[in-house]
Design a protein around this ligand. Structure first.
Ligand SMILES: [Zn+2]
Length: 96
């Protein structure tokens, strides 16, 4: 459930969790008992476990510790006649 921020007339701020479909515009302040209005903010929804979170995690880790691969990517073009490219212009490139 997302967490929403509320603030009462006394200025107390607190977070409360509500379902995204029935989040009230105001609730009772747990400190002073006055009505507290919901503050405009994006609801915080946990991303842990989602595929988007995993993608972000993998991108961040591959920036400083790239995975070791043993071959080309699936679908990558195969070596042509022992060479890595069929472009004739690449034959003129200096060799190491
Ligand atoms: Zn209050």
């Amino acid at each position: 459930m997302p967490t929403y921020s509320f603030r009462c007339a006394d200025g107390d701020e607190f977070d409360a969790r509500f379902s995204i479909v029935d989040v009230p515009a105001s609730t009772t302040c747990p400190h002073c008992g006055q009505p507290a209005k919901r503050m405009p903010s994006a609801p915080y929804v946990s991303r842990a476990g989602s595929s988007a979170y995993g993608l972000i995690d993998r991108s961040a880790s591959s920036a400083h510790e790239p995975e070791v691969v043993s071959g080309t990517l699936p679908g990558a073009p195969r070596r042509a006649g022992g060479r890595y490219t069929t472009n004739p212009l690449h034959q003129k490139l200096p060799r190491t």
